[in-house]
Design a protein around this ligand. Structure first.
Ligand SMILES: O=C(O)CCC(=O)C(=O)O
Ligand SMILES: [Fe+2]
Length: 410
């Protein structure tokens, strides 16, 4: 190569742009929609849980990788929706009552250590010694919903994308009010901000929530990954809709492809207003019983307008075992991070859900799950094989790796 450095730099930029275009053309030929409008109308991000497992898992994993989100339709059977919705509505009252009682007691000067004894509060010890108790996990108010949370299709998708050993690090209700008789518009957020179809509340989710729940308050900051985010999926947010959602009624907003963008709606240097629409944004649509799953890096938000009925939904945030989900925010009594469970509450969980929530019960010894152990065992065997080679075939040692070539990728 006799090209100058400038020529080579120009060539690298040209080839990289060309590669980008080739990839887009390939996607087009494969019928993958590359505009928000085509994606919205085709629902190419959605797969039915009734399809063969591999088809749903591959489809969802590809959708998460390409768009940053997917929807699994038909997870909760239609004849169970009314029961689960009623249960969620009741749970909402219990969670709110609990939170009010805790905040009121704190206001009255009750110390954190004495809170557990206060009438009307439901707190549980956390796993971390010396940390204050927290609100009990919402799952205890949702026993019917708990039967679906570890749905085999949903856990298979999460495993495929995150890792084999999963933790449900947060679980909470996310209702969106409908319009009230007094004229208050429906939607998310303060009543004064609600009602316009062209407003948003853009953010990304923990551990990519840049405000980290607590801003500069060390008692409440739960941690956030530094920008630019590495291109790895570290968290999945799932929204389980218990009412139908569409453009007028409670459907989550997303910006397809944003999970791989180095900017962020809350990025201090990125010049994005969190309350304005972003070109290329769209709302997903789904029936009650569907689960929206997104990479935590995907730019998304609750709709701040809802002209339909109240939206009822349960949100969970799933992490692989290697993300430290609960090491910080020592003073957060009411945040949604790893709300704990007592031993009896843990014991009452459905069998398949237990491994995903074991880390929430301080009296359960949390150990790594079988597929992770199997991987480690295979690695240990590989290690032993090398030593056997050294001991049994010393003549082969010098050349045994001659087929392995590692390039430096500048
Ligand atoms: O309400 C929604 O549709 C989105 C919820 C959300 O962004 C969240 O809980 O992190
Ligand atoms: Fe979110």
């Amino acid at each position: 190569m006799n090209d100058s450095i400038d020529d080579l730099e120009a060539k690298a930029a040209r080839l990289s742009a060309e590669l980008h275009e080739v990839r887009r053309e390939l996607a087009r030929r494969r019928g993958i929609p590359l505009t928000a409008e085509a994606l919205r109308s085709s629902r190419a991000y959605a797969f039915s849980a009734n399809l063969p497992l591999k088809e749903v898992v591959d489809g969802c994993a590809e959708s998460l990788d390409c768009f940053g989100f997917c929807v699994v339709d038909d997870v909760i059977p239609q004849d169970r929706i009314d029961t689960l919705r009623a249960e969620a509505n009741q749970a909402e009252e219990k969670v709110n009552r609990n939170q009010r009682a805790i905040l009121e007691a704190v206001k009255q000067g009750v110390s954190i250590d004495d809170l557990s004894g206060v009438e009307g509060t439901d707190l549980r010890p956390v796993r971390r010694v010396g940390y204050p108790p927290k609100m009990v996990n919402d799952i205890v108010w949702l026993p019917e919903y708990a039967k679906y949370l570890a749905h085999p299709t949903i856990t298979a998708i999460a495993r495929a994308v995150l890792d084999d050993h999963l933790k449900i690090a947060q679980l909470h209700l996310r209702p969106l009010v409908g319009p009230s008789d007094d004229g208050t518009p429906g939607g998310f957020g303060h009543a004064r901000h609600r009602g316009r179809a062209d407003t948003r509340e853009w953010h990304t989710d923990w551990p990519h929530d840049l405000a980290a729940y607590g801003g500069n308050d060390p008692q409440k900051n739960a941690g956030a990954i530094r920008q630019p985010f590495p291109n790895i999926t570290m968290g999945l947010t799932m929204i389980w809709y218990l009412t139908d959602v569409d453009e007028d009624s409670g459907a989550t907003f997303v910006v397809p492809g944003s999970h791989k963008d180095s900017r962020n709606p809350r990025g201090p240097k990125d010049g994005i207003s969190v309350t304005s629409p972003i070109p290329g944004d769209m709302q997903i649509t789904a029936k009650a019983g569907a689960v929206f799953i997104q990479d935590s890096r995907c730019w998304h938000c609750s709709p701040m307008h809802n002209t339909g009925a109240k939206r009822v939904a349960v949100v969970n945030r799933w992490s692989p075992w290697w993300v430290s989900v609960n090491d910080y925010a020592p003073g957060s009594l009411i945040d949604t991070v790893c709300r704990p469970l007592s031993q009896a509450e843990f014991d009452a969980l459905p069998r398949d859900l237990k491994p995903l929530m074991r880390h929430l019960c301080p009296t359960e010894k949390d150990s790594l799950q079988q597929p992770v152990l199997d991987r480690a065992q295979a690695a240990r065997e590989q290690d032993r094989w090398g030593y056997r080679l050294l001991e049994e075939h010393p003549e082969k040692v010098a050349d045994a790796n001659s087929h392995i070539h590692v390039d430096i990728d500048p």
